[in-house]
Design a protein around this ligand. Structure first.
Ligand code: ADP
Ligand code: MG
Length: 375
């Protein structure tokens, strides 16, 4: 993959694809981590004498040009962080000639998600060279991440470079023991990752709703727990591995709510009408002990419904263990990152990936189109 060392930007107009797909609440940015993560590249380009920065980014999944998907809040936040005026161009035909300009949501353009060549040419016409720093969008072959990279001299920005290096480092040459902690809700999305770690890691710790297909496969009662049916067959296969660790106790609730009735279960059989919403105390301690001894830990997916205080303890314990671990600690996944931030531990891990889907695909061994285009 080409990096900024391979690209001459002095006096050039630089088209930069960034990942500013930030969470918004009524037009306010609730977490600006992705904008901050792009700053090193943007600053470096300016220091290296780039004549102009033209930024491309997407926000959400607009169907049309709905104003709630405008990048205006992101442009304003970037302006504050860069301490420079950042203009927002409403479309590709009205791009003001200023030092830093962001083009409105690329997904307002119908050709963007189709990797449309004509649209890519219109992007390319705005600059002399192209830099992709949008790791979170690198698993998509879109006009602003893939097609355009072939039309200009191109390279990866520092964030994309670091994300790829960190995750490939874990897979290819980890300090051992390598521990993977896999939880969360989207079980079927994570089966590939689970398989990859069962092959490479020394221990794989399972938490969150990810547990229940395993417990179902073992013949336990799962009650009303969230248990994806498609996960049960892959779980059966994974159970054959001696690296796999499942919780030995659970915290259950009657409903998915903060003020529901709560029960600490001694084992992992969930009674009828109850749902398992967190790993239990013994399990959390056992997982923390494995993490403490790790040379490298990769964590994706919370251990329970951490958004609800009665079910946050398992995730908090794992987050604390990550923070205290002397090995290399890497976290991927939007909700896992949100959990760390909520516990005030976000800066206590070595690498907090900005790309959930992209980091999982990289771990599964897939090539990312946005990365491939820079190779
Ligand atoms: P990430 O974004 O880190 O990849 P996911 O999106 O897969 O993680 O999962 C996060 C969600 O999983 C959280 O909203 C959390 O409430 C939910 N979750 C975790 N454990 C359970 C559980 N036992 N039952 C239901 N939902 C759960
Ligand atoms: Mg998520």
């Amino acid at each position: 993959m080409r990096t900024l060392e391979d690209l001459d930007v002095e006096g050039k107009r630089v088209l930069v694809r960034v990942d500013f797909n930030v969470p918004l609440d009524h037009g306010r940015i609730t977490d600006d981590a992705r904008i901050k993560a792009a700053l090193p590249t943007l600053k470096e380009l300016r220091e290296q004498g780039a004549a102009k920065l033209v930024l491309l980014a997407h926000l959400g999944r607009p169907k049309d040009r709905e104003p709630e998907f405008s990048l205006k809040p992101a442009a304003e936040r970037l302006s504050e962080l860069l301490e420079t005026e950042v203009a927002l161009a409403p479309n590709l035909d009205d791009v003001p000639d200023v030092d830093v300009v962001m083009i409105e949501n690329v997904r307002y353009e119908p050709g963007e998600t189709k990797n449309d060549e004509e649209l890519a040419k219109r992007y390319a016409a705005l600059a002399d060279v192209y830099v992709n720093d949008a790791f979170g969008a690198a698993h998509r072959a879109h006009a602003s991440t893939e097609a355009v990279a072939h039309l200009l001299p191109s390279a990866a920005g520092r964030l994309l470079e670091r994300e790829v290096a960190t995750i490939t480092g874990i897979l290819e040459d980890p300090k051992r023991p390598l521990v993977a902690v896999v939880g969360g809700a989207k079980v079927t999305d994570k089966i590939g990752v689970l398989d990859a770690f069962l092959e490479r890691a020394d221990s794989v710790l399972i938490g969150g709703a990810m547990c229940f297909p395993f417990f179902a496969a073992q013949g336990h009662d799962v009650g009303a727990s969230k248990c994806e049916e498609e996960g049960v067959e892959p779980a059966k296969r994974a159970l054959e591995s001696d690296k796999l660790r499942l919780p030995s106790d659970l915290v259950a609730g009657k409903d998915f709510s903060e003020d529901t009735e709560v029960r600490e279960l001694d084992g992992v059989d969930v009674p009828d009408g109850w749902m398992g919403l967190d790993i239990g105390r013994d399990s959390a301690e056992a997982y923390a002990a494995v993490i403490a001894e790790a040379g490298t830990v990769f964590w994706n997916g919370p251990m329970g419904a951490f958004e609800l205080e009665p079910f946050a303890a398992g995730t908090r314990r794992v987050a604390e263990a990550m923070a205290e671990c002397e090995g290399t600690t890497v976290v991927g996944g939007g909700d896992s990152a949100a959990a760390l931030a909520e516990f005030g531990l976000a800066d206590r891990v070595d690498h907090l990936s900005t790309g959930g889907g992209a980091s999982l695909e990289l771990i599964e061994g897939k090539t990312l189109p946005g990365v491939e285009a820079l190779s």
